[in-house]
Design a protein around this ligand. Structure first.
Ligand code: HMG
Ligand code: MG
Length: 284
């Protein structure tokens, strides 16, 4: 059976936008449950400014509290050297740097131009490499930006290539506001694939318009086999107005299974984790 992988985003992308400040113990319980589901990679938290994203202010506590299962890489986001120092102290197995394909979103999410953000990531990537910590890269707003409108595919390819040149082992392509369509995803991938092979790319699709599974199909046709998803479909980015959650892990896993891909996931544990993730959110 051909393999496809889901990179679980629930504890990070899923929870970062929740209004209720979720106690660290509840986040730890979610990560520990997800560790039994068969994921190879779980994004646990972000070492970002707590002024910008208060929900992730307990990153060190969450990382210290989880029970690590062998063979799982516990990943965190790091926007700058301060974040990197926190990630290293917390013994993150891998880190992610995150750039934008549009100037409007870069300013809103990182308080920097695209060029400034890439400059800021260079020492982070260098330090991680020196410490033997793998670095993943994100490009956000790959088809549509809430500030600048449609994103030209060439801009995504340029930023993805810059992250590759910094040593990122994989680039995750974010439809941050979930407005991509199979045609726009396909056109974007066409440009990015001129720079990077499909094995180095992942699809990170939010499901705002309900098209994430179709966008995954378009990406499978282009050779991608890694998809980011969050149990329960929770999430959104606080700096992307109107963005809804990542596509739900349980839906992607079932979809990939129907298409004949083996994800290695235990659907009963995933269902339990989806229930737990929804409960963490509290009353709407
Ligand atoms: P800034 O305000 O320009 O930064 O923000 P600064 O360097 O001036 O620092 C401001 C304050 O934050 C200072 O504290 C710093 O020490 C502190 P003060 O002196 O005022 O007390 N600070 C930090 N504290 C902890 N950890 C840090 C850190 N850095 C600074 N790492 C900055 C610039 C990049 C820090 C800010 O814009 C930021 O944290 N942005 C992150 C926003 C974010 O997390 N967004 C969500 C994740 S991205 C996403 O969801 C998209 C994705 O899912 C893919 C997709 O869907 O497209 C990945
Ligand atoms: Mg996201």
């Amino acid at each position: 059976m051909p393999r496809a992988e889901i990179f679980e985003m629930g504890p990070r992308d899923g929870l970062q936008n929740e209004k209720r400040l979720i106690p660290a113990a509840e986040k730890i319980a979610l990560v520990d449950l997800l560790s039994r589901a068969g994921f190879r990679r779980i994004e646990v938290t972000s070492f970002v400014s707590p002024k910008w994203v208060p929900q992730m202010g307990d990153a060190a506590e969450v990382m210290a509290g989880i029970t690590r299962a062998p063979g799982i890489s516990y990943a965190v986001l790091t926007p700058n050297m301060k974040g990197y120092e926190g990630a290293r102290a917390a013994r993150a197995d891998e880190i992610a740097i995150f750039a934008s394909a549009s100037e409007g979103f870069s300013r809103a999410n990182l308080n920097a131009t695209i060029a400034e953000s890439l400059e800021r990531f260079v020492p982070v990537a260098q330090a991680a490499q020196a410490d033997g910590i793998p670095v993943r890269g994100y490009v956000s707003v790959v088809t549509d930006c809430p500030y600048d409108g449609p994103t030209p595919p060439a801009n995504v390819a340029r930023v993805a290539a810059a992250l590759r040149d910094m040593g990122c082992y994989e680039i995750s392509l974010g439809d941050t506001i979930g407005q991509g369509r199979p045609e726009t995803i396909d056109a974007m991938l066409g440009a990015v694939l001129n720079e990077l092979p499909a094995e180095k790319l992942a699809g990170h699709y939010h499901d705002t318009a309900g098209r994430a599974l179709e966008n995954i199909d378009a990406s499978l046709a282009r050779g991608l086999r890694v998809f980011d998803a969050a149990v329960g479909g929770l999430g959104g980015c606080p700096y992307a107005p109107g963005a809804k959650g990542n596509v739900a892990t349980e839906r992607v896993a079932a979809h990939l299974a129907r298409l004949g891909y083996d994800t290695g996931l235990d659907m009963a544990v995933i269902a339990e984790a989806a229930d737990m993730a929804r409960a963490l959110r509290g009353p709407a």
